[in-house]
Design a protein around this ligand. Sequence first.
Ligand code: SAH
Ligand code: SF4
Length: 373
Amino acid sequence: MNLLNHDLNSLNKYFLNIGESNFRATQVFKWIYKDLKMNFEEMTNISKKSRLHLEKEFEIKIPNVDSHHISKDGTVKLLMYDPNDINNKYETIYIPEKKRGTLCISSQVGCALTCKFCETGLRGFNRNLKTWEIVGQIISTRILLHSLKGYSHHKLITNVVFMGMGEPLLNYKNLLTSLKIILEEKGLGFSRRKVTVSTSGVVPKIKKLKEDLPVSLAISLHGSNDSIRSRIMPINNTYNVESLIDACEFYLKFSQARSLSAPRPFITIEYIMINKVNDFKKNALELVNLLDKKKYKINLINFNRISNSKFEPSTNDRMKLFKELLSSNGFVVTVRKTRGDDTNSACGQLSGDFMNKIKLPNKTSFFIDGQYR
Ligand code: SAH
Ligand code: SF4
């Protein structure tokens, strides 16, 4: 059994069951997630007898790095895989800035949602990533960054975003366990604000995440009304704009039970600018009517070109006008800079490397927690 598939609570239970002491799980967690020690031999504050015992019961496995490419701007794109499953490779992107480093991680190999602007989605879906493959992307990247000589950019991972391959909310069980490890103080120790789950709008799971473990949320809206959104994002036929905004309102609601221990959740609305598709003045004004400027920050992303698509990025003038319309109506608007596009590691350009794609089901069923629903 791979230790990295378990959050601290569940590991505690396992360890107690096999007769280990009650602080053993915490010790092992710290060695793995803080000190990046991936074998029991190096866990020197654990007795030799216990180490041998643990070795028999568990394995510690992280993804292998198949290759890495560094862009001119310092962005590092890593291709990872499980040596027992070499046909399913997935991508992780490290984006350094002056004072922070953001790691963009994948949650699935491919994606079943077929958004028309997204390279990942247009290539089909293979499988969910396991918990160890999700948190392992953070560890394997840390180890690689440590080993890079002559890399002069920021090297620490300060933020984690689920914006790589796949729809995280359609791999909910593994996402949740991963989030527990990512947020665990004795684990990876990120704060809720620094961890963002990006979703195309799987409404029931947005509500569930609010109840289970609310972190920052990014909503891939990309259309200001149902007709345009359904055209470019088939998921809108199942969960339309109104139901999505309802779910966001629910997510943001003040929750008495959590008020003392957790900060309020935070939502960013992501909006890709596709030339003459969703970037008209009318669309900006629809967004103004749809969204509460006090609750949502809007992030405009210029469309990154993908293969076999007629879509073009918005022109600078259209982008500027769109942004001004939103700002002059009181919205906080940011424009996401494209990073790493010389190595195809900009958003939506992630295609991984996977074969044996299964046939996609009809467009209204989704692969949730291991089965089509
Ligand atoms: N499935 C999730 C997370 C992965 S996609 C989601 O859709 O939110 C991460 C982000 O990249 C999303 O906001 C997605 O809409 C955006 N994206 C996809 N294709 C893109 C493209 N060609 N150009 C710019 N952004 C793109
Ligand atoms: Fe899947 Fe997100 Fe790409 Fe849509 S944008 S196909 S949901 S990865």
